[in-house]
Design a protein around this ligand. Structure first.
Ligand code: FUB
Length: 324
């Protein structure tokens, strides 16, 4: 699969999180729709209100839609905007982590539980204590520990926090200061709370200096993903306003991570977002673009393409416009 193929032709789906559960690929996307909310820098036009789950027996085969698995109407603390979610399995339960604005228009991260990977997911009555911002991505480290990576700038509200405390008003670092980092936190045994204070995910350049806020071609913006390859931890993310998917490699879940390069060049549409997963001996990059909607950035479509590594463990850059 040298060119990307679209996965869901009859609806708009974005922000894929993808995992292998019970020998199948499960895709957990955001569900875009035409809500009529005007586009702005705050992301109000991403006004999503439910989630579907999709599964595949084969990355090149048919895609099964399991229908609506969680609706904003079911969530007691809901305000608006169900953005990028992720799902983790622990024991015989599946935990969906989702960002949602509460009734005061602040993004929090909630948890919903199912005993099937394809839902339905039943939400907890309250968001995770101390949670903020968007785009949770979960690492099952294989040793009993689960970690959440999260955060996003601008509409994702990460600039409103420092040391896990809300600021009076948003603060962006100067261009030559370290960029605002994504966050990592270990989850509690029951998977329902944070087990510790979230920490910054530090990304260093090859000289060991943190990427700066002004380095917009490389610094973190949103859309965290984490995967392991040959014993190393690969932290990948979107650069937001420069529209690239980049990655950095570390030796443990907390990092620091050293910047490596670009996974995906810009796609059509403002946002870019992804999941990287191994299935049946091959690696895949799930992502989205806005080609089928004629470039309407709030109406995005899911895609998949094979991802390849170089012998030294670096990832071969994929063109965002390489589509079947
Ligand atoms: O889908 C809404 C937001 O757009 C996501 O949370 C971001 O990662 C970006 O894809």
């Amino acid at each position: 699969m040298k060119k990307a193929r679209y996965l869901v032709e009859n609806d708009y789906m974005a922000d894929p999180a993808v995992h292998v559960f019970d020998g199948k690929l499960y895709i957990y996307p955001s569900h875009d729709w035409e809500s009529g909310v005007e586009e702005n820098d705050n992301g109000d036009h991403f006004n999503m209100k439910d989630y579907h789950v999709f599964s595949m027996d084969d990355a090149e085969g048919a895609v099964t839609d399991h229908g609506v698995v969680l609706d904003v109407e079911q969530i007691p603390w809901a305000g608006r905007q169900l953005w990028d979610c992720d799902v983790a399995q622990k024991g015989d339960k599946y935990y969906m982590y989702f960002p949602l604005k509460d009734k005061t228009d602040i993004f929090r991260i909630g948890v919903a539980i199912s005993d099937k990977p394809y839902g339905p997911f039943i939400p907890q009555p309250d968001p995770i204590r101390g949670s903020y911002s968007i785009d949770p991505a979960i690492l099952d480290d294989g040793d009993g520990n689960y970690y959440m990576y999260f955060g996003g700038l601008w509409g994702g509200q990460l600039q409103r926090y420092r040391d896990n405390k809300a600021l009076e008003s948003a603060e962006f670092p100067k261009d030559d200061e370290p960029g605002i980092p994504a966050r990592i936190v270990r989850l509690s045994e029951d998977m329902l709370q944070f087990a510790e204070e979230p920490r910054g995910v530090v990304i260093l350049d090859k000289d060991g200096a943190p990427l700066t806020a002004g380095d917009t071609q490389r610094r973190f913006f949103e859309a965290s993903w984490i995967h392991k390859y040959n014993g190393k931890y690969y932290f990948s993310y979107s650069t937001g306003d420069t529209h690239r998917l980049c990655y950095a490699i570390g030796d443990n879940p907390y990092g620091p991570f050293t910047y490596q390069g670009v996974i995906l060049t810009p796609v059509v549409g403002w946002t870019t977002h992804h999941a990287i997963v191994e299935f049946k001996g091959k690696w895949y990059l799930f992502h989205h673009d806005s080609v089928p909607s004629g470039g309407r950035t709030w109406l995005r479509s899911l895609k998949v393409i094979e991802l390849e590594y170089n012998p030294d463990g670096t990832i071969k850059t994929i063109e965002g416009t390489a589509t079947e």
